[in-house]
Ligand binder design. Structure first.
Ligand SMILES: [Zn+2]
Length: 402
């Protein structure tokens, strides 16, 4: 059917008019509803934009300081463990027992916050000092580094270069020219051999978790908040360093590779490029990757406790972490294994490891985990068995009282 242009225009006009009325009606209904909504009746306080902005700033500064405090605390314990166990690590490096930072270490609004809170500028200043080191006795947070071995290090690049070329071994003498307030002083820090692993604190991760990445230990904030003592933290860090030392990540990757090669071989033998469909192939590959997962966890627990004890932490009460984990976090894990041992068996393994360590201490034996070192492929010189490490004791804020 054909309509004339005039009829079409008239129909369009009537349609638009009807739609406008409908929209107006809907808006009216909505306003009526809003008017009927219940509102608060208390005369609570308001806040100006300036007041809120000032509080935002305060809270951001508090969060920044807290993050630095927690990171330093954790790194202090990590440092103790990689320092006191350096003779068991095949790959080592040297550390002066403190870290530095300058404005270029940060970015965005953090630069402004650190400038305001710590007077951070382009000159490197002491950021962290690790407990029990020579540095802890001579320098303090905020001390500025003016020169290293007579070289001006006021720029970031010069600083990094001077540090890198200076710290090669523990016999090397390095002289720092420092500035505290308006006074300068010199400082010759002792260099410490440490396991060559890194540490990363996931401040924004609420999970109760920590893991090892082959060369790095990653610690989630949820785990930090769950930990009650330095010993519990040492238990976790020792465990993760144990994973790295025993190359568990590499071994799992190799197992994964072997499974993939096996699937490829099956396809070749069956002369079918997809003899095993993806679903089953993935199950096989995942199973192979995790085939020794529980055993690797047990090994990391075993070695980790040695690491923590060798670093001076008494693990007697630290293993209660696994009982708390069962009670507060996952009752299911008490008797159920996942990729990790169940918490009940884990507690018993650790208790027996603790007894083994105490027995060695009593007999004056070196605190070396019972490992078939030849099989590890680690270039560790145990011909001269190290004597037990002197055991300093630490109070809760990690001040050495030895
Ligand atoms: Zn683990």
């Amino acid at each position: 059917m054909q309509f004339s242009n005039a009829v079409v225009t008239q129909r369009r006009f009537l349609y638009d008019k009807a739609m406008k009325k409908l929209r107006a009606l809907l808006l009216l209904t909505l306003f009526c509803c809003l008017g009927a909504c219940q509102s608060p009746i208390s005369r609570y306080h308001g806040a100006s934009k300036d007041e809120i902005n000032a509080e935002i700033r305060t809270q951001k500064e508090m969060a920044f300081q807290q993050r630095i405090k927690e990171t330093s605390h954790l790194y202090g314990i990590f440092f103790n463990i990689i320092r006191k166990n350096a003779d068991l690590c095949s790959k080592t490096k040297y550390s002066l027992g403190f870290s530095t930072w300058n404005i270029n270490t940060l970015s965005g609004e953090q630069q402004e916050i650190a400038e305001n809170l710590y007077g951070l500028d382009h000159v490197h200043q002491v950021h962290e000092v690790y407990p029990g080191t020579d540095a802890a006795q001579h320098i303090q947070l905020g001390d500025k580094i003016i020169a290293i071995n007579g070289t001006d290090v006021s720029s970031s690049k010069k600083h990094a270069k001077a540090i890198k070329s200076s710290v090669k071994d523990d016999d090397e003498e390095i002289e720092f020219l420092m500035l505290r307030g308006n006074k300068t002083f010199t400082f010759k820090p002792k260099a410490y051999k440490v396991c060559d692993y890194k540490f990363h604190y996931q401040y924004h991760a609420p999970e109760i978790n920590a893991y090892a990445h082959g060369t790095t230990v990653i610690y989630a904030r949820g785990m930090y908040r769950f930990n009650k003592t330095d010993e519990e933290i040492a238990n976790i860090i020792g465990h993760e360093v144990g994973h790295n030392l025993m190359k568990h990540v590499e071994k799992s990757t190799i197992n994964r590779f072997i499974a993939k090669a096996g699937i490829l071989l099956t396809d070749l033998i069956m002369q079918d490029t997809s003899y095993l469909d993806d679903y089953y192939a993935n199950i096989i590959v995942d199973a192979a990757t995790n085939i020794y997962s529980v055993e690797f966890e047990r090994e990391a627990d075993y070695i980790g406790m040695y690491f923590a004890e060798r670093a001076g932490y008494d693990m007697r009460d630290a293993i209660n972490l696994w009982r708390r984990m069962a009670v507060e976090i996952s009752a299911e894990s008490i008797d159920k294994r996942s990729s990790h041992p169940a918490t009940a068996e884990r507690f018993i393994y650790l208790q027996k490891t603790y007894d083994e360590i105490q027995d060695k201490k009593t007999k004056g034996q070196a605190l070396i985990p019972n490992i078939d070192w030849a099989k590890t492929g680690l270039d560790v010189d145990l011909v001269h068995e190290p004597q037990p490490t002197p055991q300093p004791t630490y109070n809760n804020d990690l001040t050495a009282v030895e």
